[in-house]
Design a protein around this ligand. Structure first.
Ligand code: FMN
Length: 368
């Protein structure tokens, strides 16, 4: 298994766009955030000034556990791009509801409208109730990934080739010529999920692999597996990991915020979410992947974000981010309790420390 060489580039920061109501924790604690467009436009501007390179929208078609309102991801991403200058926005997409050619066309146009700042996150699905509600067939776990990989093949073919023919099990195209193509550089293809099928797909097809929160040892195992498989396929894939950040002046203050979130967790909603996510990693043949071993506390943050432990003082968080980078992580995806004010604080107090530690590391490496 190849060692996880620490990426040389500065680690990148992304934030979860709150385009779904209810915030990012299943708790009745006050969350000063909003899913409306005015809040989100302002948040995107704050984030790009704070040093965030990417924003990730979410796709949901129906309410689950508190998320009563869900703005659509592609149109919402475009609105954020129109309100910003340099932020990149990643739109989440579900194969099934989307046909890859429809998406290829939407994204090609948005690429022209926004100077190549739009990207996509292919999510393979975990919410069976949502598919049932909109009348979409629900495929078995690994079949969902087979369809996602064909979806990515079609996107790349339609964006990259003058005229594209494809004969897959899910999609068929006949000499289709998409015009205009997206601007160069082409949109980057992210994916979410951490099961064996997700890792295999990342090692063959995606530009970026996004995974739920985890311990550093857990991330090392995932990254080692993906990098070994990608090397065998002559493919290169970058890694993004989720974390729920709580940066405060003292560690005690930060920990007490986490404790308060957990004390005010909504047990019936967490239990409902637990039942639904059994259709993710636990439904895979290996019973590995997202939420396969999540505890009640892990599930209070939708994507196991407490596990990554970016909770503490700015220096503690910066040091942990450097440890993630050393484990092979290229990007940290962050959720917050009070998005606008906490992204501003993170940009002012944590990112500069990360850059300082990275510069110190680079100086030590070049002196050695
Ligand atoms: C960073 C990240 C973002 C995700 N965003 C969404 C989303 O917006 N909508 C959705 O239905 N699933 C989303 N997912 C879920 C995954 O795409 C995938 O369906 C699920 O995690 C199952 O993973 P598994 O392969 O480990 O079973 C996201 C996952 C991650 C890690």
């Amino acid at each position: 298994m190849p060692s996880a060489n620490p990426p040389l580039e500065p680690i990148k920061f992304a934030y979860w766009v709150p385009n779904v109501s209810g915030g990012l924790v299943i708790s009745s604690i006050e969350q000063r955030t909003s899913w409306d467009i005015d809040y989100n436009r302002r948040l995107a501007q704050i984030a790009e000034n704070a040093g965030f390179e990417f924003a990730l929208t979410q796709i949901r078609f129906t309410a689950g556990y508190g998320a009563d309102n869900q703005h659509e991801s592609v149109s919402f991403s475009h609105a954020l791009l129109a309100a910003t200058q340099k932020l990149n926005v990643i739109a989440a997409i579900l194969p099934g509801p989307w046909h890859p050619v429809l998406l290829a066309k939407q994204i090609a146009t948005i690429s022209h409208l926004t100077a190549s700042r739009i990207h996509v996150n292919i999510v393979s699905g975990w919410f069976r109730g949502e598919f049932h509600a909109i009348g979409e067939p629900w495929l078995d776990h690994d079949e969902r990934y087979r369809r996602s990989e064909e979806f990515i093949d079609v996107l790349r073919g339609v964006w990259g080739e003058e005229s594209f023919t494809y004969r897959g099990d899910f999609y068929r195209l006949h000499d289709y010529a998409l015009k205009p193509k997206p601007l160069s550089p082409l949109p980057q293809i992210f994916q979410g999920g951490s099961s064996r099928a997700a890792r295999d797909m990342a090692a063959r097809a995606s530009d970026w692999y996004f995974t739920n929160g985890n311990t550093i040892e857990g991330f090392r195992a995932e990254i080692g597996d993906i990098r070994a498989k990608a090397a065998a396929n002559n493919h290169s894939v970058k890694i993004g990991v989720n974390a729920f950040a709580i940066a405060r002046e003292t560690e005690q203050e930060a920990r007490s915020v986490r404790d308060a979130i957990l004390e005010k967790a909504i047990p019936e909603a967490v239990a409902g979410f637990h039942d639904e996510v059994q259709n993710a990693g636990n439904a895979s043949p290996e019973r590995e992947g997202n939420w396969a071993t999540s505890s009640f506390e892990d599930l209070v943050q939708y994507n196991d974000g407490f596990k990554t432990n970016l909770i503490g003082t700015p220096l503690q968080i910066a040091e942990r981010i450097l440890a993630l980078k050393a484990a092979g992580v290229d990007l940290v995806l962050l959720g917050f309790l009070h998005f606008q004010e906490e992204i501003e604080y993170f940009g002012a107090h944590v990112i500069p420390l990360v850059r300082e530690l990275e510069a110190r590391q680079a100086a030590t490496a070049s002196a050695a």
